[in-house]
Write a protein that binds this ligand. Structure first.
Ligand code: AKG
Ligand code: FE2
Length: 471
């Protein structure tokens, strides 16, 4: 990521928009095998890498500042010059393109990019590798170690001196002053390669909550750019090599949020790809949905994926990885946690399957905590859960904390959980699990109807007091 200098003079990133909660790992932590790396790569497929306070990292920050300036100069060139460098699709994605892809609304994208190929930079001789390469190698080593694989497992398939589709990408997403501009600039996608290092200054990058639909606008979270930090995300090749253990997550460029929409957004991405002749066979014994054993080389595998995408056959979805936060962990509950309402419907064995994360795990998808009043001790607080909404793959409700001393609600947590199939990591229609699950769905539907009817009646009988006029 660029230094804090580049953050000066741009409008602030707003504080009141939903941002993604993303782990930060320092470069020192990465060298010292910080366990957060693999955890982040399993859960979200994204993390911040803080380059500051490390000599290589500080040099990289300076280098990124220079690349930002170069990117701006490239895009400022006259159209006629830029057009001499147009992509030669499908043979190559190198060099210049404008409005390359359509967005989900079938409108053209709102960006231009220039992809600088590693092969061109490398020539045949011993030129220096891309500076970002050292970081990618560190990440490759750390991930291999944390997955108990030989340290060179991933790095050996991405040697900088071999032919590959690795590029440094300069991107300019256009300012979005008009109401009609407030849409997607770069369509949602996962990256093809192994590792992407992103440098963002102006906001606009959004990450999809794993397991959710890209069409659900509520499921998108903004990434707040941090000075001195790169955004690291994994691509599909890493999912393939790890048999689905790591996640390649869906992301897109939306218009920059708040006042930032009035400025052009320059960003920089180093997209690492496997060397052309690398084998795409999974390197671990894991076997998950969506990962095929294959004899294809990286080049053949990428062409196959690119063709499927261009024919509209590929579904853009988060691949691999692990459920984000199992409910039991999220509420800090140990094995003794009791899902009272579940055991009305499920057998002991079915309940154990859910509680121990063996079959389907209710994962917290979203929760909004509203603190209404301070609690003064001593007090007794009653927690009650109101079942509000059940869908085949999701459940939602509100937990209310009521203070006996204050005779009032002191806080409430509105949340939804997704039922995630533990084997595939995908949302599961619980009705298809058989046994007591269809009855659970029916029972929860009735509970939701009853609770909502009661709430409506209560609200009718207790209309909110008119606010007092301010004097
Ligand atoms: O500019 C960004 O923040 C994201 C770019 C991106 O996702 C890509 O080029 O693949
Ligand atoms: Fe991307």
């Amino acid at each position: 990521m660029a230094s804090s200098k580049l953050f000066e003079g741009i409008p602030p990133f707003p504080d009141d928009i939903p941002t993604v909660s993303m782990n930060t790992v320092s470069l020192t932590g990465l060298r010292e095998n910080d366990a957060k790396v693999v955890a982040a790569c399993k859960e979200l497929g994204f993390f911040f890498l803080d380059l500051r306070g490390d000599s290589m990292g500080d040099a990289m920050i300076e280098c990124i500042d220079q690349l930002f300036a170069i990117g701006q100069e490239i895009f400022d060139l006259p159209e006629s010059v830029k057009h001499q460098y147009l992509h030669d699709i499908p043979r190559s994605f190198l060099e210049y393109e404008r409005l390359l892809t359509k967005t989900e609304t079938e409108e053209p994208g709102r960006f231009e990019w220039f992809n600088l190929g590693q092969d061109g930079l490398m020539g045949n001789a011993d030129l220096q590798a891309l500076p970002e390469f050292q970081i990618a190698t560190l990440i490759n080593h750390t991930l291999a170690k944390q997955l108990s694989l030989p340290v060179e497992t991933f790095a050996a398939a991405q040697r900088p001196t071999e032919l590959s589709g690795t590029v440094v990408r300069f991107i300019k997403a256009f300012a979005s002053p008009g109401a009609q501009d407030l849409r997607t600039s770069m369509i949602h996608h996962t990256d093809f390669g192994s590792i992407t290092l992103l440098a963002n200054v102006v906001g606009g990058l959004q990450v999809l909550t794993p397991g959710d639909s890209a069409l659900d606008e509520d499921a998108w979270r903004w990434v707040r750019p941090q000075p001195g930090c790169l955004i690291v995300n994994l691509g599909d090749a890493m999912v393939q090599w790890t048999g689905g253990a790591l996640r390649s997550n869906v992301h897109r460029i939306k218009y920059p949020p708040g006042e930032q929409r009035f400025v052009d957004r320059y960003s920089l991405a180093a997209l690492f790809r496997p060397e052309r002749n690398a084998s795409m066979k999974p390197k671990t014994g894991q076997d998950r949905a969506g990962v095929e054993d294959t004899d294809l080389t990286a080049w053949e595998w990428e062409v196959k994926m690119a063709m499927a995408l261009s024919r509209g056959e590929a579904v853009v979805e988060s691949k691999g990885g692990e459920p984000v936060v199992p409910l039991g962990q999220a509420v800090g509950a140990g094995p003794g946690v009791h899902y009272k309402s579940y055991d009305e419907f499920l057998s002991a064995e079915e309940l154990a399957g859910v509680m121990n994360g063996k079959t389907v795990a209710p994962m917290v998808r979203r929760f909004d905590l509203e603190i209404k009043r301070q609690v003064k001790y001593p007090d007794v607080v009653i927690a009650a859960y109101r079942q509000e909404k059940i869908e085949p793959t999701r459940n939602g409700g509100t937990t209310v904390l009521f203070s006996l001393q204050q005779q009032a609600i002191v806080s409430q947590i509105k949340g939804t959980t997704t039922y995630v199939d533990v084997k595939t990591g995908r949302p599961k229609d619980i009705r298809t699990l058989g046994g007591g699950f269809p009855a659970l769905f029916e029972g929860f539907t009735k509970k939701s109807e009853r609770a909502n009817a009661l709430r409506e009646r209560w609200e009718l009988e207790h209309p909110p007091k008119a606010p007092r006029a301010k004097v």
